[in-house]
Design a protein around this ligand. Structure first.
Ligand SMILES: [Mg+2]
Length: 276
């Protein structure tokens, strides 16, 4: 039974009552709900030291989901790790993965566990990944045009967040959580958030893309590897960006895409397309 104060008022759902009580906006159609979600995500992405642009609601529906290793950077961390940090007598975990005896996640986890270098030594190798130097400027330009950029990676958030912080930017990152423990290497685990967890690569990149598509957002995707293929297939042709193995895979499937060599070219393309 409704409390006395509600007598004569139209029926409100439990959620609507909660929003009314808390002063939160109550959205009555899916279009507004979609802006609500996209806006919340937009505000989670902040360029340090720069004022946030306040785009119109229509501008807030554009999300660029990007891979990290080999996409935002020139080199993959795991390849640099094998070259500089992994003991020479380490088993060939990558072969185990390619032959189906380990998952992608298990192979990376096993490699990272063998690292015995100091944290400073590992970070020196992380620096060799070469994050696109134009990234901060490109992110600011994209943000001004209403694009929100999120990172999805089958790698480890420990080095991703380090490199982004070094560049002075902070982005929402969906990657496998990890911590460096001296003497125990880089300890990587599966994401605790079950919504975007993949048992094989850790982070369900296609699930991240699907989540924003389901909210009605315009979603672009950029990647360079086979683990990016499912996510890339989900976006519209003009919003698909690829290089290296992913480009080869998409070509085989006769799916169209824009080829890029460095990440900021993606930003240039999206900004050109929005200004036309
Ligand atoms: Mg990659």
């Amino acid at each position: 039974m409704d409390p006395p104060g509600d007598v004569g008022r139209p029926h409100l759902s439990r959620r609507a009552k909660r929003e009314t009580l808390t002063g939160m906006p109550r959205f009555t159609n899916s279009l507004h709900a979609r802006y609500d979600v996209c806006e919340a995500f937009f505000t989670a992405t902040v360029l340090k030291g720069q004022a946030l642009h306040s785009p119109s609601p229509a501008e807030r529906t554009s999300i660029l989901v990007s891979d990290f290793d080999g996409t935002m950077t020139r080199h993959d961390f795991y390849l640099l790790a094998i070259e500089h940090l992994i003991p020479r007598d380490c088993p060939d975990y990558w072969l185990e993965y390619r032959q189906g005896r380990m998952t992608h996640f298990e192979a990376l986890q096993a490699y990272f566990r063998t690292i015995t270098a100091s944290e400073a030594g590992v970070l020196a190798v992380v620096d060799q990944m070469e994050l696109d130097p134009r990234l901060p400027r490109a992110l600011a330009d994209l943000q001004s045009a209403g694009w929100t950029v999120v990172v999805t990676s089958a790698g480890c958030d420990w080095y991703i967040k380090y490199l982004l912080a070094q560049a002075g930017v902070s982005l929402e990152v969906f990657a496998n959580p990890g911590e460096f423990i001296a003497g125990q290497g880089l300890r990587m685990s599966l994401p605790s958030d079950a919504r975007f967890r993949s048992p094989t690569i850790g982070v369900d990149k296609a699930g991240v893309v699907a989540h924003w598509l389901d909210q009605g957002c315009r979603v672009a995707f950029a990647g360079d590897g086979f683990p990016d293929a499912d996510a890339a297939r989900r976006v519209d042709d003009p919003l698909r960006f690829a290089k290296a193995d992913l480009a080869e895979q998409l070509q085989q499937e006769q799916l169209s895409f824009h080829r890029f060599s460095v990440w900021s070219e993606i930003a240039d393309h999206l900004l050109d397309a929005s200004s036309r």
